[in-house]
Design a protein around this ligand. Structure first.
Ligand code: GLY
Ligand code: MN
Ligand code: MN
Length: 439
């Protein structure tokens, strides 16, 4: 990736920090999976956002002190080590990092404690994501204490500690053209994976076979990792919102809900599609599916600059509640049902979340306690669903049905662009695609 993108993000952060401030950002560390094996490494999103250095246990220090012409960046990273590299993989090392990554200086992380003390010394404010990484908390507090304890050596500790996320989250909420391109690619690959899973589904398959098809498509298109644990829920497993066991046999007559998205250059896609194992929706499945789709399309109409997610969410609640009354799943009047939130038995999650480097991306949903108006460059999901528990006190035709439809929308100057529209979602399109596979 072009370092200019990272440099412009660093500059944007430095310009928004108070004068004479330093910001410290820590990379992620490896996480143990069992005994001496680790989960695949995933870089910390803030660290990734600011410099793109891909290794664990690194640190980035940014300063806007006049002494450094208001813009200085230092990376600390694991040093070259032939033995460690034979066992655990290549390291860039500080010498090479200085040439490859958007930083002014680089040192071995072994020098961090000593050098960080000098780097922080003399700044008025320290920007830092307190509580984000316990190891970083410990180090920062130790440095602050050491500076406070050494006034006789003319050391000066920053007088205020400011949460760096206040600036960074706002920056990350509005995607740059480069980020939109990354998210477009993630979305495109993920739509193709959903198509592949729909084409592969059949009654003799297991949920994990569909998971494997999805991940295969991701990898074959260059997206090595899913952005979150893939959900493949057949039958009433679809009613478990974060179901990830994915180990049950598919049955004709059942729906299967897949919530899956890949990560591309760190950016997430987050798509849900629900389709019949047999390729043909039953009448009850069709009725409920059409209702979720109607709710989603009604939400789309609200997605434009200056509207709020609350407006879209309210519309979805009204459409779903009215539809559930018409299907005799809820009883009584619309207004009364909405007031008592009776729909929450069947639609119990939110409509939307921001999407970006994190699947539930950063950014406040309220500003000054008011719902935040949408702005061009935001990317969000729209994901209504209806889930009827197997033991719900409703007509048995509905029991055990779980349906969610989730797309990823980019806010544009006059509305939105659906980045994931290529994954079929009308009943006709799904049935036609699934029919094709058996022809
Ligand atoms: N896949 C997580 C979500 O839809 O929020
Ligand atoms: Mn989502
Ligand atoms: Mn999802």
């Amino acid at each position: 990736m072009d370092n200019l993108e990272f440099l412009s993000r660093q500059k944007c952060l430095l310009q928004q920090m108070l004068p004479n401030s330093v910001c410290v950002v820590s990379a992620a560390s490896l996480v143990t999976r069992s005994r001496d094996t680790e989960f695949p490494f995933r870089q910390d999103s803030y660290f990734q956002y600011l410099c793109g250095f891909p290794e664990p246990d690194a640190w980035l220090v940014l300063s806007n002190h006049q002494e450094y012409s208001n813009n200085m960046s230092v990376l600390f990273c694991l040093d070259k080590d032939p033995t460690m590299e034979i066992w655990h993989g290549r390291r860039c090392g500080p010498k090479q990092a200085k040439h490859t990554y958007p930083i002014n200086m680089a040192f071995a992380v072994d020098e961090l404690d000593e050098r960080l003390l000098d780097l922080v010394d003399g700044h008025q404010n320290l920007y830092f994501a307190q509580g984000h990484n316990p190891e970083a908390d410990e180090l920062i507090f130790a440095i602050l204490q050491a500076l406070r304890d050494a006034p006789k050596q003319s050391k000066q500790a920053p007088s205020s500690l400011i949460d760096s996320r206040i600036i960074l989250d706002e920056m990350r909420l509005i995607k740059s053209p480069y980020e939109v391109e990354m998210m477009r690619t993630a979305a495109t690959i993920a739509t193709q994976a959903h198509v592949r899973a729909m084409q592969f589904a059949a009654a003799d398959k297991n949920e994990y076979h569909l998971e494997a098809e999805i991940h295969h498509e991701f990898a074959m298109q260059g997206a090595k990792y899913p952005a979150y644990s893939t959900i493949v829920g057949a039958g009433d497993n679809a009613c478990i919102l974060h179901y990830t066991e994915n180990n049950q046999q598919l049955k004709n007559g059942d729906l299967v809900l897949i919530d899956a998205g890949c990560e591309w250059q760190g950016y997430a896609a987050d798509i849900t599609r629900t389709f019949p194992v047999s390729g043909q929706f039953s009448t009850s499945q069709k009725q409920l599916y059409e209702l979720v789709l109607k709710a989603q399309l009604a939400a789309f109409e609200q997605i434009k600059p200056n509207n709020t997610l609350k407006q879209a969410s309210d519309v979805v609640i009204a459409v779903i509640t009215q539809g559930l009354i018409e299907l005799n799943i809820l009883k009584g009047e619309l207004a009364e049902n909405i007031q008592h939130q009776t729909y929450r038995e069947f639609y119990m999650h939110g409509l939307s979340h921001w999407l970006g480097l994190d699947v539930h991306d950063v950014g406040n949903y309220k500003v000054d306690q008011l719902d935040r108006p949408l702005k061009p460059g935001m990317v969000l999901t729209v994901e209504p669903g209806i889930y009827i528990a197997p033991d719900a006190e409703v007509d048995k035709q509905w029991r055990g049905l779980g349906i969610r439809i989730e797309d990823n929308l980019l806010i544009t100057t006059n509305g939105y662009e659906n980045l994931t529209s290529a994954a079929p979602k009308t009943i006709n399109d799904i049935e036609a695609l699934m029919q094709k596979k058996s022809d």
